[in-house]
Design a protein around this ligand. Structure first.
Ligand SMILES: *Cc1c(COP(=O)(O)O)cnc(C)c1O
Length: 370
């Protein structure tokens, strides 16, 4: 069986790196999409122990699932607003919805009146990405008529960067200026603009709360820059069999790969149904005993063929698994090979693999300073 290893020490180290980078702002933990595929409860628990108190998921259902695993003083924000009918589930999960539009605000205000108390919310403004959040006109209307907020306690004003991973993009400064302008109309609330990339854009982007996701999980926060994060995920697929084939042998569906010389082909028990992109057909590689083994032919549903000709035979014989993600191949490298981003590689991984959690070494803190 394939093995997904999640190193919570690395996760916590990444959290601390970001927290130190953005201090005195605080670092939240974005754990939407089941903690970028790693397991939201496990990730959130480790982050909470490292001092994180603010968590972001995308959906109400994600908040409902995560809340019972979190201590009461953890705040749980729901990014995608309030789907009609989900108000009571949000309240039951003690979740803070992100209000993205006037309809969200109306729903949350009505829920507050039904419950007979003010309800907390984050308010998202569109600072230039045109994806989610109130327009300038809508923010101005709220500012001009504070009665709209009579039943809502806006604890956070937030927005999202379109180009946070591109430190040289002019759009970042433009969005920051627009965000500052819009947030000034809603005084009294904390501010949050930066994702992983934004955390490394400098203090002007940090506000009170930074919202890293991918960098916690080891992904590079910014393109064309050295990755300061530690890898969190390793993925090893079982080698089912291998055989020597002569020149001219076709490999895999469609026989899209034909050997040029005598070759040694191994087959891994991992495929697109496990979440390995079919785009990696005849692209990218696995590593066997640290030696690169290019993917040969198409990625199948449950298997991948790799060319292990360069792997010394004694090492191949001793190898039960091949590395798909690990010390030789980062999630960002896999993403480049597949023409996508590390986010999609992680969140596509299914749960057909065994999962090994490397637990946080608790004494790290205790011995600190002694
Ligand atoms: C997903 C998301 C984040 C985290 O982004 P990363 O690039 O993974 O750090 C932060 N804020 C919002 C609104 C998001 O949707």
């Amino acid at each position: 069986m394939a093995l997904l290893t999640i190193d919570l020490n690395a996760l916590v180290a990444n959290y601390r790196t970001i927290a130190a980078t953005v201090a005195p702002a605080r670092a939240a933990g974005v754990v939407k999409a089941d903690g970028y595929g790693l397991g939201a409860a496990i990730v959130a628990d480790a982050l909470y122990r490292a001092g994180c108190r603010d968590f972001f998921v995308a959906l109400t259902g994600e908040a409902s699932a995560l809340r019972p695993t979190l201590p009461a003083d953890a705040r749980l924000f729901v990014l995608n607003g309030i789907a009609p009918g989900e108000e009571s589930a949000l309240i039951a999960a003690d979740a803070v919805p992100v209000l993205n539009c006037p309809a969200d605000m109306a729903r949350w205000g009505a829920a507050a009146r039904i419950n007979g108390r003010r309800l907390p919310a984050a308010l998202q403004v569109d600072s230039g990405m045109s994806r989610l959040g109130m327009t300038g006109t809508e923010v101005a209307a709220i500012a001009a008529d504070p009665r709209q907020l009579a039943d809502i306690d806006v604890v956070l004003v937030m927005s999202h960067l379109a180009c946070g991973d591109a430190p040289d993009a002019n759009a970042n400064d433009a969005q920051r200026a627009r965000f500052d302008e819009l947030a000034a109309m809603l005084p009294g609330a904390e501010r949050s603009l930066a994702n992983s990339g934004g955390a490394f854009l400098g203090g002007g982007f940090h506000g009170d709360l930074v919202r890293p996701g991918i960098a916690l999980y080891g992904g590079a926060p910014q393109e064309d820059r050295a990755n300061p994060m530690r890898p969190v995920v390793a993925l090893d697929a079982r080698i089912v069999q291998w055989r020597d084939v002569p020149a001219g042998t076709g490999v895999g569906y469609g026989l899209t790969s034909v050997t040029d010389h005598d070759r040694r082909i191994a087959t891994l028990s991992y495929g697109y149904a496990d979440g390995w992109p079919r785009m990696l057909s005849n692209r990218g590689a696995a590593y066997v005993a640290g030696v690169r083994a290019p993917i040969a032919g198409r990625v199948s549903m449950d298997s991948i063929c790799i060319d292990v000709t360069d792997v010394p035979l004694d090492l191949l014989v001793g190898a039960s698994h091949a590395e798909l993600i690990g010390p030789n191949q980062s999630i960002d490298q896999v993403a480049v090979d597949a023409g996508t981003i590390a986010y999609e590689i992680l969140t596509s991984l299914r749960h057909r693999h065994a999962r090994r959690i490397v637990a946080v070494r608790e004494q790290e803190d205790a011995t600190c300073g002694s």
